[in-house]
Unconditional design. Sequence first.
Length: 445
Amino acid sequence: MIINFVPVMVFVDLSIICLCIYSIVIYKKHLLKLKGLDISFPVFLILLGVVLFALFYLIDFALIHISPLFLPVDTAAAIRKTLNYDYAWVMSILVVMSMVVGFVRLISVLSHKVTAIVERLEKSEKALKKDIYERKIAEESLLKYKVLFDNIPDLAYIYDNKGNITYLNKAFKHLSGYSPEEFMGRSFAPLFDDLNLKKAEYHYQETLNGKNQKFELKFKKTGVLCEYHNFPVYDEFKKVIGVAGISRDIAERKSIEEEFKKLATTDRLTQTFNRIKFESLLTTEMERATRYNEDLSMIMLDIDHFKDINDTHGHLYGDYVLKTMAKIVRQQMRKINHLVRWGGEEFLVIAPETDLTGAEILAERIREEIYSHSYENGVKITASLGVAQYKDGDSEDEFIHNVDQALYRAKRNGRNRVELCDPEKIYYDDRQLQIPLDIRKASNS
């Protein structure tokens, strides 16, 4: 009796197919792992095909070569026939399909990965081209700004947040005496002496704190005085990462400012102080005399008959006399004295640390030099001088009034002389007391 094993084999086939499907479902749920490593689906299908092939081979080997040892000859022959004509093709088809599906799936996955890689490469290429374009634009802009800053007469500079120089334009060499290359990446400290370095460091730190700064510094090597404007440099997160600024030589401006100050306080013709400056000088000297209990005197000088000189020899000659008079007086003064053109042909000498006697000696020396000087055209010129000493408690007007009264006394007593202020002995008449001071000055000429 020959037993038909086909149903048995079909059952085995279906069982193996169900096992394959179950394994695929388990894989899809990511439950299938090999030694802790995930297995990709295409590789899983290929491995499944290999396992089925090996299983078929073992079953075939067992039934064909081992069954004759335990089963009757007819039964063993029936098993071999079933395997050859039924089970063999079923298993072969199953193995081949599994491996083909696995390879197809593998090729599909690889194709998707290659496509993704190509897309990433294309995106990277576009990003790289964009980056190159933007960098090119930035470099062109930087070049334009560099050309601009390198050709301006002012110094442009950038420091990092450690005080090191990261940019200098060409003006740096002219102002500092060093080439930009010598200080790139270095601290600015060697550029200044101790006093200027302290100022530079203070304003640098203030700029790092987010405050714009304006200050003046002098370079140690060249002595050039510059005005600096510091500005904080921010990154994209609004954090200060350095200091940028502009600096310019202000020597010419300072000279102009000094000239304007001089013009504002100096008489243009005689180069003496004018009445505007006189007010501040007198206030300062009176305060000093009071504070330190020092002597202070004043001399008022008036050129005798100056109106006649102008009328006879002309105003140009009058100007010459005024300039000569200022020169003579200046030569007799000490450095701490101040010479002021009070108005017209009148001059004032403020003499600190000088009592009434000392001021009288100075006034007499001035009078003698004026009288003995040889003037152009052989004209003889004299001057009258009044002297007064400051007394604690006197106001500025009282001090000026006292010296003016001494001058009036000198002119009244014959001119070309020095008179001292003695409030108890100065002559007043009713007419003089009624005449305002400025009008009386004009009449005394």
